[in-house]
Design a protein around this ligand. Structure first.
Ligand SMILES: Nc1ncnc2c1ncn2[C@@H]1O[C@H](COP(=O)(O)OP(=O)(O)OP(=O)(O)O)[C@@H](O)[C@H]1O
Ligand SMILES: [Mg+2]
Length: 268
């Protein structure tokens, strides 16, 4: 654990400007300031195109700010690193590698001996309930199983900071609930310090189920910062409690569909 700086991830007045093919200028991020403490589970919510993935890409070191800086434990991020694990919005597994090889991949890149990395990969595959398909090809797995492979991979890799970009967006309700449980269980592992998670979603229920804190983005800016005090585990009944409904109403209003939250409350 870092003694020098407990802030696992920090964006300091970060802007990112893109130039599209037609020459138009896009201000994807505009003077964003965030600070995420070690062990925090933070969700980012916001409408399509507000800059969520851009911010995650910058934190991953896959892209660089036009202005400002991104730091981990006080050190500027200059590129990808094993301290940060990423699950992308789109597919996050290599189709030409077996499930087990996928989960081992990060450790192999870091030169971890074969027996050790195999044991870690098998451990995390078992934790996500996929031990029996370790030797399968990704194409033989369902969408939900593939997402579990991606989650096993980032945990096996041992990164302290996990950057997850709408990882479960395409999953059905039941599968998504199950994978939330798996994710929170792994995050809460008793034998090690909690990982820091930055999780992008546009699903307000997902954010309310998972987060310690929810950052709301709009038009390239962070416009709200909401702490979710409710303990875990949280289920559909938790989400129907007044304190959670109040947060949900705020989030839906930020997303421009505030009337939906009133209808929802009236239906209780
Ligand atoms: N490489 C790029 N070149 C040009 N414009 C880009 C690039 N990447 C992102 N943008 C633009 O930046 C803005 C923010 O995109 P971003 O992918 O961060 O949005 P998002 O909040 O993740 O949206 P979604 O919820 O749809 O995934 C959009 O207008 C997008 O078109
Ligand atoms: Mg995105």
């Amino acid at each position: 654990m870092s003694v020098a700086n407990q802030t696992a991830l920090e964006a300091i007045t970060v802007s990112r400007v893109y130039t599209r093919r037609d020459g138009s200028i896009i201000q994807a991020l505009s003077e964003v300031d965030i600070a995420i403490e070690e062990g925090e589970f933070v969700c980012i919510v916001g409408p399509s195109g507000c800059g969520k993935s851009t911010l995650l890409q910058l934190c991953a070191g896959l892209d660089h700010p036009t202005k400002g800086s991104i730091r981990t434990h006080g050190v500027p991020i200059s590129g990808p690193g094993p301290d940060r694990g990423v699950v992308f919005q789109k597919d996050s597994v290599f189709p030409w590698m077996s499930v087990l090889d996928n989960v081992e991949y990060g450790l192999r890149c870091r030169g971890v001996p074969a027996a050790e990395r195999r044991a870690a990969a098998l451990h995390y595959l078992a934790r996500v309930g996929l031990a029996e398909v370790a030797d399968a090809w990704p194409r033989e797995l369902s969408g939900g199983m593939l997402k579990r492979v991606a989650i096993a991979s980032v945990f096996a890799n041992g990164s302290d900071v996990l950057l997850l970009d709408e990882p479960f967006g395409a999953l059905d309700y039941v599968t998504r609930h199950k994978i939330h449980d798996v994710l929170l269980e792994l995050w809460n592992e008793v034998d090690r310090a909690k990982r820091t998670v930055l999780f992008v979603t546009h699903d307000v229920n997902e954010a309310l189920t998972l987060a310690d804190r929810i950052l709301v983005m709009r038009g390239g800016k962070v416009v709200d910062n909401i702490r979710v005090e409710h303990g875990r585990p949280r289920d559909d009944e938790t989400l129907a409690e007044p304190s959670m409904i109040a947060i949900k109403r705020t989030l839906l209003e930020h997303l421009g569909i505030g009337h939906a939250s009133h209808a929802l409350e009236n239906a209780q």
